[in-house]
Design a protein around this ligand. Sequence first.
Ligand code: SF4
Ligand code: MG
Length: 324
Amino acid sequence: MLLEVRDLHVEFRTRDGVARAVNGVGYAVDEGETLAVLGESGSGKSVTAQAVMGILDTPPGRITGGRVLFRGRDLLTLKERERRRIRGAGMAMIFQDALSALNPVLTVGDQLGEMFVVHRGLSRKDARARAVELMERVRIPAAAQRVRDYPHQFSGGMRQRIMIAMALALRPALVIADEPTTALDVTVQAQVMDLLAELRREYRMGLILITHDLGVVADVADRIAVMYAGRIVESAPVRDLYRAPAHPYTRGLLDSVPRLDRKGRELYAIKGLPPNLTRVPPGCSFHPRCPMAQDVCRTDEPPLYEVPGGRGSACHFWRECLRG
Ligand code: SF4
Ligand code: MG
């Protein structure tokens, strides 16, 4: 297995008390596989990714338990130097906001080239040539000229392509993309997502695609993990989850996006808001919003039950939910 996260816990100290941002999360991604991690903002999906990438080492966030196994080695127990080496060449991250992720005072050519100078020992001239190749690979028109431009001189979609190029420059085995297309127009979104899917296939890398948008994941992901209030509430192959969700939260999400196969049906909105993570409701944390909630849901926290077909659901009533 390329990456395996096991029973991860992350806490934040806030003025309101300790927020359990990630509360026992586990997932796995293999080479060439795409895992979508879906959830509302504050569900813990980004924080989990940041813990994997090792960019959460500073307070107020703190990893309080669990393992992050990259090719079987627990990154959380390695020395910082060793971790940095593995991360540098082995995994890369694509962020939502390219403008703040890229350095505004360096040309994109210098930023892309720097990767090859530092990690591959190339000369400036060779590194520049590689930068142009990369820009061509992510289909930036007139790459040979534009390599001299600064980030702000590109459109949002083109900047996102440059960030993809940066992430893929060293051919990492794992890429984590956190809402990579959320800031873009709908048509540009589709183009960038197609490009990412194509490169994922070509490089056979593992991809973790973090999103709040179910519409984005259907065509690109193999598996999907749905997060709610710091936990995974459902995990399944994408097609199975779309056909029959095994958790009421997933069902609510599915019913709230327009779908061609359900034309004419009224769209549903999950009532209420996700909980404050310093005061997660007892029992099932979804119970105040759940249309299927029973008494037991208010007292007993559901484990992630095994559901046939390599699936998991943290709902006491997953069978009823599956039946629809
Ligand atoms: Fe709803 Fe109960 Fe299932 Fe939680 S355990 S999702 S409250 S039915
Ligand atoms: Mg986020």
